[in-house]
Design a protein around this ligand. Structure first.
Ligand code: SF4
Length: 280
């Protein structure tokens, strides 16, 4: 049965969802890390991958966040046109973030960008960041993806010349090279191509939610192979796995534009989802 959608139950469910996302990595991410560890021949990189896998196990067994940087809260909400919440979903999500910050607990990361004053509860102007999508139906699907700064800070966006489609791969590689070991590789790379300046960045972030066991397109495979040939490796210490996967999302763009965004995600590719409302 889907959870009931009173405001109290909604806040409880979202706070629990946040706890789950912080403590337990999705199976496809854990499997990809295990496969990387099994493949790795560089002994230093192998030991780092083993440490990451041990870290994941300890976090799950002890119910504690898998990383000290518990991130800022990015939400994706797919709102059914016939879903009737009866309360303001955005303020309820904000309250849930504050509750999870106290309960889990989570590191308070949200600060005013100029004064650097910390709100103390991971909420603030524009935070949590909620990406809305209207869909048909009677359900509301919420996904939370806590995003650490180490990987977010190494992400990049470039407005390429529209004739430069052949430069997209180089831009991704340049971004990964500039990042080096800073974003805690092995990475997942979300690439947004097209749309507008901001749409490309949103596509790149959405691409990070793609299951890692989904088959890759030829272009995604080509980029992944080139990224892994860089030899940056786990935690920047060398080896064959700089990235676990590359996912590309595209949108039509202006004939005079070619926006490309690369959203870098560390190994802690945290996200969890819940569905509210009547089953269809
Ligand atoms: S980049 Fe990821 S693994 Fe590294 S400190 Fe940040 S959240 Fe943690």
């Amino acid at each position: 049965m889907p959870p009931k959608t009173s405001r109290e139950n909604f806040i409880r469910s979202i706070a629990d969802l946040l706890r789950k996302a912080e403590i337990e990595l999705p199976d496809d991410v854990v499997d990809a890390l295990k496969e990387a560890e099994a493949r790795e021949e560089n002994q230093v990189a192998k030991s780092q991958l083993q440490a990451i896998l041990r870290n994941i196990e300890i976090a799950k067994n002890h119910g504690v966040p898998m990383c000290q940087d518990t991130g800022i809260m990015i939400f994706f909400a797919e709102l059914g046109t016939e879903f009737q919440p009866g309360f303001n979903i955005e303020t309820a999500i904000k309250d849930a973030v504050a509750l999870a910050t106290r309960e889990v607990p989570l590191r308070p990361n949200a600060v005013d960008p100029l004064t650097r004053k910390n709100s103390g509860n991971n909420t603030g102007a524009g935070i949590p960041d909620i990406h809305w999508k209207l869909v048909s139906g009677k359900q509301l699907k919420i996904t939370v993806a806590p995003k650490g700064a180490g990987s977010e800070n190494m992400s990049a966006l470039r407005m390429l010349n529209p004739t430069e489609t052949g430069s997209i791969k180089n831009f991704v590689l340049e971004t990964v090279i500039n990042a080096g070991g800073m974003p805690c590789p092995p990475l997942v790379l979300g690439v947004g191509i097209g749309g507008s300046f901001d749409k490309a960045a949103r596509l790149a972030k959405e691409a990070l939610l793609e299951p890692l066991d989904n088959p890759l397109t030829d272009f995604e495979k080509e980029i992944l192979e080139s990224v892994n040939a860089l030899g940056i490796g786990c935690m920047g210490l060398g080896g064959s796995t700089t990235a676990l996967s590359v996912h590309i999302k595209t949108a039509h763009c202006h004939t005079a534009s070619l926006p490309v965004a690369v959203n870098i995600q560390c190994w802690a590719n945290r996200h969890a989802s819940i569905v509210f409302g009547e089953e269809e």
